[in-house]
Write a protein that binds this ligand. Structure first.
Ligand SMILES: [Zn+2]
Length: 132
């Protein structure tokens, strides 16, 4: 399955936001990242509370990009990809052991979205149309 141009562009925009943060030794690698819209997944009990869910290089979304899934959500999920590339065992395990509330990786992903949004707002001309 090949990535569509829209999918590639959305991933590149989210990556550009994360690259500016420099929180990990290496920038997030996105060559293998896929965005998959799978509404049925989010009807399952564990997934019901999420709008996006990341497993290694797969980002699952409840709603299609630009039809219910925001740039911020994608940035948040790509931050989880980034975390997993640096902590492939510790990061997913932390959610099993400690849950979501107060989880340091979850908080960090929320911070990543907020931090990069503020920076983009400082340069309004560079904000992608979907964020305006
Ligand atoms: Zn999250």
């Amino acid at each position: 399955m090949r990535r569509s141009p829209a999918e590639r562009a959305a991933i590149a925009r989210a990556k550009a936001r994360l690259d500016r943060l420099e929180w990990y030794p290496r920038p997030v690698r996105t060559e293998r990242v896929r965005i998959l819209c799978v509404p049925w997944l989010f009807r399952l009990p564990w997934f019901g509370r999420f709008d996006g869910y990341t497993m290694w290089d797969w980002i699952f979304l409840r709603r299609p990009l630009h039809a219910g899934s925001s740039e911020d959500l994608l940035c948040h999920e790509l931050c989880h990809v980034w975390q997993m590339q640096h902590h492939p065992v510790r990061m997913p395990l932390s959610f099993v052991r400690h849950g979501y509330e107060g989880n340091r990786y979850e908080l960090e992903a929320r911070r990543a979205t907020r931090a990069s949004t503020v920076r983009e707002n400082e340069k309004p001309g560079e904000v992608p149309p979907s964020m305006a």
